[in-house]
Write a protein that binds this ligand. Structure first.
Ligand SMILES: Cc1ncc(COP(=O)(O)O)c(C=O)c1O
Length: 376
């Protein structure tokens, strides 16, 4: 089986799994307990926090552990807007964000917030000029993803941060779930708040962080025992978060090397897909290196996925989250993909465990499958 669905989720590293078991065996105490075992568990957690801080160029105290990307995005959006209501009730986002950003913002719109949705061009990029024009005195939050999960468009975060910081009082939140470990990204890029999810980087499902450039100031959305400086209650999952820190350090250390490897694989896969007349590339060479999204005219995505699976190649329709829903992807709509191509969208997404041989095999199989589906 050649697993090309790494943007949906990744296989945890064996080291991550081993460390998870060992830590649970020794450091199972509640890190909030004041006895020796609790103190030890808390020390481990504090070290993990500091390591994550180093990776992202911020302080350990500026990291909030959550249950994953969805919770982090919800916390950022609801927590920041509620805390900073005095700034105003205007939010800017893009038309192609993940539902875990779009849906909380839609909820705020129902409650009286005004939302500007920035459009994207055919490459999936926003216009900086449109952002500049959209920024207002009462803009409280700008939430823009670094890399789009359905087709890999990259937004210019440094330039966005410069605009937001010089022309407004708004907080800039960046969903970096699809970019962390694939492209360089840290607080040196100028955002205020960033989301990373564990299961996209070979750590465990149900883990993630909301990280801040400065001291976190937001209204908590989970109330309880006051963990995470009172910002996110709930007993903190020591082993899960320690291995998240481990996976983040590996991702950062290997980022440049993996980026090169993914570019090479992306090039090989795009070359194969380019041989067919009725195949349209939705990802471009300007997109992130690990996502290759394409569409076959007048064919359904599920048919292509099933045919690939029979040959041992695991892929998904444009996003795993919406692939079980029969609704048309909001990203394809925003990209204005021709309707004849909207149903046959397939996303191949790369991960660090892939080998040259697997990609060569995948290229061969994909060529065969498309040729047979097209009756060529
Ligand atoms: C860009 C993006 N944001 C948010 C999420 C949600 O993250 P999680 O699955 O950790 O809740 C995903 C997952 O698919 C994603 O790709």
């Amino acid at each position: 089986m050649i697993y090309l669905d790494n943007s949906a989720t990744t296989r945890p590293y064996q080291d991550v799994l081993n460390a998870f078991v060992t830590i649970n065996e020794q450091y199972y105490a509640n890190p909030a307990s004041i006895h020796e075992k609790g103190v030890e568990a808390n020390q481990l957690l504090t070290r993990a926090r500091e390591q994550i801080g180093e990776v992202l160029h911020t302080k350990g105290e500026h990291i909030i552990f959550t249950s994953g990307g969805t919770e982090s995005n919800n916390l950022a959006i609801f927590g920041l807007t509620e805390q900073h209501q005095h700034i105003g009730k205007h939010i800017i986002t893009t038309a192609i964000e993940h539902p875990s950003v779009l849906n909380p913002i839609a909820k705020l719109a129902e409650q009286g917030y005004e939302v500007t949705y920035l459009a994207v061009n055919k490459e999936g990029q926003i216009s900086l000029k449109a952002l500049q024009q959209a920024l207002r005195k009462d803009t409280v939050l700008v939430s823009i993803m670094h890399v789009n999960n359905e087709m890999g468009a990259i937004q210019p975060i440094q330039a966005i941060a410069r605009l937001v910081k010089t022309q407004s009082r708004a907080f800039l939140h960046v969903d970096a779930i699809q970019s962390f470990g694939k492209l360089p990204i840290s607080f040196q890029d100028g955002m205020d708040v960033m989301t990373v999810s564990g299961h996209k980087i070979h750590a465990l499902k149900g883990t993630g962080i909301l990280a801040f450039a400065n001291r976190p100031l937001l209204v908590p959305q989970l109330l309880g025992g006051g963990q995470e400086h009172g910002l996110r209650s709930g007993t903190v999952a020591v082993a899960q978060n320690v291995v998240l820190a481990k996976a983040m350090r590996i991702a950062k250390r290997e980022q440049a090397m993996n980026e090169m490897k993914y570019r090479k694989y992306q090039h090989q896969l795009m070359e194969v897909l380019g041989c067919f007349q009725d195949v349209q590339m939705i990802s471009t060479k300007q997109c992130a290196p690990h996502i290759i999204t394409f569409s076959i005219k007048e064919l359904r995505g599920e048919i292509i996925i099933n045919a690939l699976q029979k040959e041992g190649v695991i892929a998904s329709t444009s996003s795993a989250c919406s692939s079980k829903q029969q609704t048309e992807s909001h990203v394809l709509q925003a990209l204005k993909v021709d309707t004849a191509y909207r149903k046959g969208v397939v996303r191949l997404s790369l991960g660090s465990l892939l080998t040259d041989e697997e990609i060569q095999q995948a290229c061969h199989k994909i060529k065969q499958v498309i040729a047979s589906l097209k009756g060529e």
